[in-house]
Design a protein around this ligand. Structure first.
Ligand code: KG4
Ligand code: ZN
Length: 340
């Protein structure tokens, strides 16, 4: 098999984004994402609607990725797809499509773990981007995930901490809902946090042993706090919105940084790579920068397009597995609770 000139199609459909990307020897030729605005109306992802939207989007999205890359389907060497974890109805669309396409083109099919892909996104060839060296600690933070993973090799990963309830992105989004903000609320909370006082209000941090996280208690604490304040002053939210957002963000970033510091202490590894939608947060980015100068950490934050759900990260895993001849067969199935 010729591994010198390899075109991989990556397909991602685990949650509410339908995405396709073409990689040529690890370099991006195209990276197309169709977001599903429909969920904004409901304040969260509605699985049945997500699945239906994937069915509508998958053909045009893959078609666009191939066209933008300037290649044709006959150039493809393999099809990589997200096997899990994710929403079953959503995963099924990408999985069935990838299986049919690989079968039709008679090329290898490659199954990809979405959580591994968030981490291996750091290995997409990008000028000026310094890839992390092994071993490193990866923190994946998004609307669906919160994990700290020890990474000793491309496929040598150990989850050393994860949330026992809500994901960190949900903490942002659910807090935003309490405050009457739109969905997803993370970006607006971030913007407002930069205009407010992070110490204006104090929220108790959850006490979870070791490297695991918990965010559901924080959401409840914020809800009770707001309800109490609004009872005394109906204008409380409007009058203090930036300070509330700053205080929420300060608390969440504090929780993430405390666990990261503990992980660094436990493992002795100072290289940190983050990924997932929440890694766009200016508070976490600033805290990581500070840890570089204060604690000598080396931190890696990929370009925004590779932190949120995307198919380039699926394609890079596809490429790495392709080089190892690690292929799936047609009996492979979407797996909603796939583990690293
Ligand atoms: O990775 P992503 O696009 O989708 C998945 O959840 O898989 O992440 C979306 C999450 C949402 O919860 C959103 O509120 C959060 O990332 N988010 C942010 C920011 N930008 C996106 N949270 C805090 N600050 C941000 N700037
Ligand atoms: Zn994700």
């Amino acid at each position: 098999m010729n591994t010198q000139n390899t075109y991989i199609l990556g397909i991602e459909s685990s949650c509410d984004d339908t995405a396709a990307s073409i990689l040529y020897n690890g370099k991006i030729l195209s990276n197309v994402v169709a977001n599903q605005a429909i969920h904004e109306t409901y304040g969260g992802v509605v699985p049945e609607l997500a699945s239906r939207a994937h069915q509508q989007n998958i053909v045009p999205v893959v078609d666009q990725a191939i066209k933008q890359a300037g290649i044709s389907t006959s150039d493809l060497d393999a099809v990589a797809f997200t096997q899990g974890p994710g929403l079953m109805g959503s995963l099924l669309v990408g999985t069935s499509f990838a299986k049919s396409l690989a079968y039709g083109l008679d090329i290898p099919l490659i199954d990809v773990n979405h959580m591994q892909a968030h981490i291996l996104a750091h290995f997409i060839e990008k000028e000026g981007y310094e890839k992390p060296e092994f071993p490193f600690l990866a923190m994946t933070i998004s609307g669906g995930h919160t994990q700290i993973v020890r990474v000793d090799g491309y496929f040598k990963m150990t989850v050393i901490g994860e949330t026992i309830d809500d994901a960190v992105g949900e903490a942002f989004d659910k807090s935003g809902k309490i405050l009457g903000l739109g969905y997803p609320a993370g970006p607006e909370i971030d913007t407002r946090a930069n205009l407010g006082n992070p110490k204006a209000f104090k929220f108790t941090r959850p006490k979870v042993a070791g490297l695991n996280f918990s965010f559901s208690g924080l959401k409840t604490a914020i809800l009770y706090f707001i309800q109490k304040q609004v009872k005394e002053n109906p204008q409380f939210i409007v009058e203090n919105l930036n300070d509330i957002c700053a205080s929420i963000q300060y608390t969440i970033v504090g929780i993430l940084m405390d666990k990261l510091k503990l992980a660094v202490k436990d493992t002795g590894i100072h290289r940190i790579a983050i990924g997932g939608g929440v890694s766009a947060n200016s508070g976490i980015r600033a805290a990581l920068k500070q840890a570089e100068s204060r604690h000598g950490w080396q931190t890696h934050v990929p370009a925004f397009e590779f932190t949120t759900d995307n198919a380039a990260m699926i394609a890079i895993v596809g490429y790495l597995k392709f080089l190892e001849n690690d292929f799936a067969d047609q009996s492979i199935m979407a797996t909603a609770r796939l583990k690293i």
